[in-house]
Design a protein around this ligand. Structure first.
Ligand SMILES: *Cc1c(COP(=O)(O)O)cnc(C)c1O
Length: 398
């Protein structure tokens, strides 16, 4: 029996069955490449679901983690943590925000955002103004707050009662949002581009209208940039391309190249409402995670990664468009930077498995949308290789 199969069998014995796992055991990575336990090579266009934005084991991040691990792994948030301070400075210098709260995941970042929004609303307007409007087909994480905010029934089944105070409206429909606002509305929570929901882009000017609505009604605009942030769309944050600024933003996936981290960013007048003792996290922003975050952000900002993302995003999109001309089961190619969805008229799950067997890692979300979220450092030759493999798979569809 090969090494991979042994691990898969052992996985079946002890790991909770929360994921339908593919029979793949990655043990090593470099750039856009991964190797499994038997030495087989893969081209990785999933990147840990938009986590490995700098590719696998980016040297600058690896060096920072190695050095930090040997110096100080963890200390309490009762103290001041230089790496955490540096990462917050970088985030604030390069965004709308004035303050950052660090945690360990996207769901936790969204928890912090909702807590801040309600706390602010209570202190500013009094009790009873707590409802958060979010979008259908959205995804905000797997905690109770996360699944309550998420606009997909499949993540909620069997888990009732959920957290009250969320209302879900169609993504991209400003009139539906406007009609849902009432005296109890506190905030609007949206992804700039819906990732898990099928790479759904907003209509032009939608976010300008949402910002206007929030300003008119005194609502907070919370952007969940857990997937779209950290360079994924070709700018450091996706909101920059909408010509607006949020009041609160959440980050996680790409922020520390794979070391677990989450962050909630806010403007000063909001952030002050979470005072000492109101919120916290044991691990949040610890020296190891934030050292990885600093090295990740510095690389993103200083080494032409955003530019490469825009360029390779255009190239991958145009190559996928060519496949669309060739195969009539491809309905649509859409995306921004290097978050790209290919909507099919048929199920895509089997294609993902076939691709894997041929050394290409991709993903299919909501059944019929192939999702491409490769490392932002991908090059033309790697894209050509992926397109060739996909062309072969598509040509076998009958
Ligand atoms: C992945 C994701 C989350 C959840 O992040 P976790 O780190 O898994 O908790 C939340 N929101 C969006 C938009 C995501 O893509």
């Amino acid at each position: 029996m090969n090494q991979s199969q042994q691990w898969i069998d052992r996985n079946d014995q002890v790991i909770a069955k929360t994921y339908g796992r593919y029979p793949l055991v990655p043990v090593r990575g470099e750039g856009c490449k991964l190797w499994d336990a038997d030495g087989k090579e893969y081209l990785d266009l999933l990147a840990g679901v938009a986590v490995n934005n700098l590719g696998h084991c980016p040297p600058r991040v690896v060096a920072a983690v190695q050095e930090q691990a040997a110096t100080l792994l963890h200390c309490s948030n009762y103290y001041n943590i230089p790496q955490q301070i540096r990462l917050a400075e970088l985030l604030c210098e390069n965004s709308f925000a004035d303050r950052v709260f660090f945690c360990n995941s996207g769901a936790e970042a969204n928890e912090a955002a909702i807590k801040l929004a309600r706390k602010y609303s209570t202190e500013k307007h009094g009790a009873g103004r707590s409802e958060v409007l979010t979008a259908l087909a959205s995804f905000h994480g797997r905690t109770y707050c996360g699944i309550s905010a998420t606009g997909q029934d499949k993540v909620k089944e069997g888990f009732a009662p959920l957290l009250p105070g969320f209302k879900h409206l169609p993504f991209g429909d400003i009139e539906a949002l406007r009609a849902a606002v009432n005296v109890e509305t506190c905030a609007i929570l949206l992804e700039p581009i819906q990732g898990e929901g099928g790479v759904n882009l907003p209509p032009e000017n939608y976010f300008k209208q949402v910002r206007q609505l929030c300003d008119e009604k005194g609502l907070l605009l919370i952007l969940d940039e857990v997937q779209t942030g950290c360079g994924r769309t070709g700018t450091l944050f996706a909101y920059e391309q909408e010509g607006i600024e949020p009041d609160i933003m959440t980050l996680a996936k790409g922020l520390a190249s794979g070391v677990p981290i989450g962050a909630m960013l806010a403007r000063e007048e909001l952030a002050t409402h979470l005072g000492p003792g109101t919120h916290g996290s044991t691990f949040g922003g610890n020296p190891l995670a934030t050292a990885a975050g600093v090295a990740t952000l510095e690389t993103l900002l200083q080494e032409g990664v955003l530019e490469n993302c825009r360029e390779m995003g255009n190239y991958l999109s145009s190559e996928l468009e060519k496949l669309k001309q060739k195969y009539d089961f491809i309905l649509n190619v859409r995306g921004r930077g290097l978050i790209i969805g290919v909507e099919l008229s048929i199920e895509g799950g089997e294609m993902v498995k076939t691709a894997m067997s041929r050394g290409l890692l991709i993903n299919c979300t909501i059944g019929k949308v192939l999702r491409f979220v490769p490392p932002l450092i991908i090059n033309k030759q790697e894209i050509n290789q992926a397109i060739e493999t996909l062309d072969g798979i598509f040509s076998e569809v009958i």
